[in-house]
Design a protein around this ligand. Structure first.
Ligand code: AOS
Ligand code: ZN
Ligand code: ZN
Length: 388
């Protein structure tokens, strides 16, 4: 069983990657609610992301989205991030907000549209080079609304060819992270609907192609921790998009809807030592804070991941293995539940104090006056580009 200090060190070692779009105004298709102090450009989004790192010590990178975060000088944006104590994380492509992509992007039946979508990804790879990022993240809205609309098989052939061109353009230290989603915006068939399809493409592409598991992208009742275990077993779990859902792709704060599921996921992660930085699993947030204040919501999300991780680290692996080997069903379950039911908040408060942080990061942020400053200085904050 891990010691108190080992748990603290392991939690400290896990950095949660925040997303630039979490700081912009967002909403549903019914209404986007504006909030005071919302960033007006990518530089200000990074400044807000840096606040989450400042008070948690555990949010050292921020994902960008192209073209939402398009700037003239990406090297300057990366330098700005470094000055504020964070780094640029995954670069997310966008081939879902252009009329040309109505029938798909990388799987579109029209070769000129496919070429345009591939060219966008090559532009994103240049952003990786300029910012020092290693991860190109692809989520596709490609799919069909009606049976017969296009050939399911042909779309996979086109997709494989387009992905192959993109993968071949990556540098040796780049990864291609391929996300799946079971529906939306396509309602009949999505071209990468599940982990099996994503993994099949990744295996064909090469070792640096890995799967992104967005926790909101599964049918209700799906055993997500099983998928986590299988992707780790295959060496292809590249990243999480963490969030919570009650119904579909709700993008609520991670750990809010089902903290027990988050614990079960992190138990599989810890069981295969994938929480260690060497595993290169990127623990990212993909969330929208439509009605709650954004920076505290991101801080809360990081704390929720830390709480679930600390509990997973407290599972007594030897006692669990013994109970499992003896067929002790109730004993094995009790080992897992004992860890889950431990209140780890005092341990995490102590960890923060060990590193000179306030034990209560949200209270510290709220006392800092940052929100009052940005509310006064920033007028006309940008929409995240999402949910309009
Ligand atoms: C869409 O549902 C996916 O979760 C994407 O990962 C993401 O929300 C979007 O592409 C913004 O980057
Ligand atoms: Zn996602
Ligand atoms: Zn999503």
């Amino acid at each position: 069983m891990r010691s108190h200090d080992e748990v603290k060190a392991a939690v400290r070692g896990l950095g949660v990657e925040t997303a630039s779009w979490a700081f912009g105004n967002s909403g549903t298709r019914f209404k986007v609610f504006g909030q005071p102090g919302v960033p007006r450009d990518p530089f200000e989004k990074i400044a807000d992301a840096a606040q989450a790192h400042r008070y948690t010590g555990s949010a050292p990178r921020v994902s960008l989205h192209i073209p939402w975060d398009l700037v003239d000088d990406f090297a300057a944006l990366a330098a700005h991030a470094r000055d504020l104590g964070v780094e640029i994380g995954a670069i997310n492509s966008n081939v879902f907000q252009d009329d040309d992509y109505k029938l798909g992007s990388l799987a579109n039946p029209d070769p000129t549209v496919r070429a345009k979508a591939v060219a966008h990804h090559l532009q994103c790879i240049d952003v990786l080079r300029a910012t020092g990022s290693n991860d190109l993240k692809i989520w596709l809205a490609d799919g069909l609304n009606y049976p017969g609309q296009d050939s399911l098989r042909d779309r996979q052939e086109r997709l494989a060819e387009s992905l192959g061109t993109i993968y071949a353009a990556l540098d040796d230290d780049h990864r291609l992270l391929l996300e799946y989603k079971f529906f939306e915006p396509a309602f009949y068939s999505t071209d990468i609907p599940d982990w099996g399809t994503s993994l099949t493409h990744c295996l064909a592409l090469g070792e640096r192609a890995q799967v992104v598991l967005d926790t909101g992208h599964h049918a209700p009742g799906t055993n997500i921790e099983f998928i986590v275990m299988m992707l780790l077993r295959a060496g292809r779990l590249g990243a999480f998009d963490f969030n919570s859902r009650f119904y579909a792709d709700d993008d609520l704060m991670v750990g809010a809807a089902d903290p027990f599921q988050l614990f079960r996921i992190l138990h599989e992660i810890v069981s295969q030592d994938a929480h260690r930085p060497e595993s290169r699993v990127n623990f990212m947030l993909d969330q929208c804070h439509n009605i709650e204040p954004k920076i505290p919501a991101v801080i809360r999300s990081v704390l929720n991941v830390q709480e679930a991780l600390a509990k997973a680290l407290l599972v007594d692996a030897d006692a669990l293995a013994k109970a499992q080997a003896e067929g002790d069903v109730l004993g094995a379950n009790a080992v897992v539940m004992d860890a889950y039911n431990t209140d780890v908040r005092p341990l995490l408060a102590e960890l923060r104090e060990d590193h000179g942080l306030d034990p209560d990061p949200i209270a510290a942020y709220q006392r800092s006056g940052y929100f009052e400053t940005i509310s006064a200085e920033r007028a006309g904050g940008a929409q995240a580009g999402w949910g309009a």
